[in-house]
Design a protein around this ligand. Structure first.
Ligand SMILES: Cc1cc2nc3c(=O)[nH]c(=O)nc-3n(C[C@H](O)[C@H](O)[C@H](O)COP(=O)(O)OP(=O)(O)OC[C@H]3O[C@@H](n4cnc5c(N)ncnc54)[C@H](O)[C@@H]3O)c2cc1C
Length: 385
């Protein structure tokens, strides 16, 4: 996360560009698409390679809406805010579906199900469904367990689906036509005058008219503005070995399942593995405020115990375990704005466990705000003061 004086001595060649996007995750690649659509010459610089941050480590759930249940979102963000977030999420899914279609990205129209792990969560789900229905969103509440796995209730969102996120990120970058420079970490950003920004990276010194930070969890390492606003938070998954054909996805897990207020999630992969993620609720001190993306024994044990308890019919070993770093924002929704000391440096960060719900639509707003001054609406960072 740092660049030594030996790796780059500030004599790197100059590279001039209209818009420089920092970070080639889902959000950076979608932002590149919108900036090129506006006729700009765009370069994406990435310290690793395309999608190697959270964007290829997630579970691939395209779930509409925020990561708290809808009636709670109304309490947190106001009724207009919650409605706008829902629309932003629908817009995001429409953009992803375009990349999915044009890029031949694996996608399963499975729908999603919010599931209750307790009677108390069942009541919350019922209230969420009522609030959604009152806003004309036809989600369906059932007070029993449609999956027969011991859940207390469910809300169905049949329009959701399960995507291959690594390929989706590549498809977004490809659709953008932007130039990618990988293995190229940014270590200093300055705005010397009102018209341009200088960005020092390991390989080049960029002169850009505009810069957009799409660095999510890593943003506090780049600029102090993000300290206390973005909290890097680890999330972990496991996947079983492929199940035999007799264990069909329909019998094991036909939907994207999401329970324990979003702390647990599970789906089938395209090669018939069961993927389970989450399990950090009891280990927050260990999992919060870290950019270390190694797995931890405690969370992996929790996930494996969940697998064996909830899915006793899955008789397959765990084949893969991984972790990734999410960028939590202080109030739970993304942040779009420009840096107070560098008005030509914008940002679209803070996607929690819901970058597939908000990433593309937020990237679109961030580009429109940076290049045209359009209001970013509910995700505007101005709300934090
Ligand atoms: C285990 C796990 C499960 C998840 N499941 C889901 C899910 O099912 N559905 C969902 O909607 N969301 C999920 N998420 C969240 C989702 O993955 C993120 O919200 C989304 O990927 C954020 O995209 P991003 O482009 O903002 O961030 P990232 O993909 O992290 O991209 C940021 C990029 O910036 C680069 N970068 C950082 N600093 C620098 C620098 N100095 N110079 C150059 N480059 C830099 C990084 O290398 C990285 O590639 C999950 C996350 C994890 C970890």
């Amino acid at each position: 996360m740092t660049v030594s004086i030996w790796q780059a001595d500030d004599t790197q060649p100059l590279y001039e560009v209209d818009v420089l996007i920092i970070g080639a995750g889902l959000v950076g690649c979608a932002a590149a698409y919108f900036a090129t659509q506006m006729g700009r010459r765009v370069v994406v610089t990435e310290m690793r390679d395309v999608a190697l941050g959270a964007s290829s480590r997630n579970a691939g759930f395209m779930i509409t809406g925020p990561d708290i249940y809808y009636h709670r979102a109304i309490e947190h963000y106001g009724h207009d805010g919650a409605r706008e977030l829902w629309k932003l999420s629908e817009r995001t899914h429409a953009i992803w579906r375009g990349f999915i279609r044009d890029g031949g990205v694996p996608f399963h129209e499975s729908g999603s199900m919010l599931l209750a792990e307790s009677a108390e969560e069942a009541r919350e789900l019922e209230l969420a469904a009522r609030a959604l229905n009152a806003d004309g969103i036809p989600s369906e509440f059932v007070s029993s367990d449609p999956l027969k796995r011991g859940y207390f209730a469910a809300v169905s969102q049949p329009w959701d689906g399960a995507v291959q996120p690594y390929k989706l990120t590549h498809a977004a970058l490809h659709a953008s036509g932007a130039t990618l420079i990988n293995n190229n970490e940014v270590y200093r950003i300055e705005q010397p005058d009102a018209e341009r920004v200088t960005v020092w990276t390991r390989q080049y010194r960029f002169e850009a008219r505009h810069v957009l930070l799409c660095t999510n969890a890593y943003s506090p390492l780049i600029h102090p503005y993000f300290v206390g606003k973005i909290i890097p938070t680890r999330a972990q998954c496991l996947a079983t070995a492929p199940l035999p054909e007799s264990a069909s996805p329909a019998s094991i897990m036909p939907v994207c399942g999401y329970s324990d207020y979003g702390y647990m999630y599970y789906r089938m992969t395209y090669d018939n593995r069961l993927l389970i993620g989450g399990g950090r609720k009891d280990y927050k001190t260990l999992e919060n405020d870290t950019t270390d993306d190694r797995i931890t024994d405690s969370v992996q044990r929790y996930l494996e115990n969940y697998l064996r308890t909830k899915f006793p019919d899955v008789d397959a070993p765990v084949d893969r375990r991984w972790a990734g770093i999410m960028g939590f924002s202080v109030d739970g929704i993304p942040l779009v704005g420009t840096l107070p000391d560098m008005p030509r440096v914008g940002f679209a960060v803070g996607f929690h466990g819901h970058g597939l719900a908000f990433g593309a639509g937020t990237a679109e707003r961030a580009v429109d705000y940076l290049l045209n001054g359009a209001s970013p609406g509910v995700v505007g960072a101005g709300r934090l003061g």
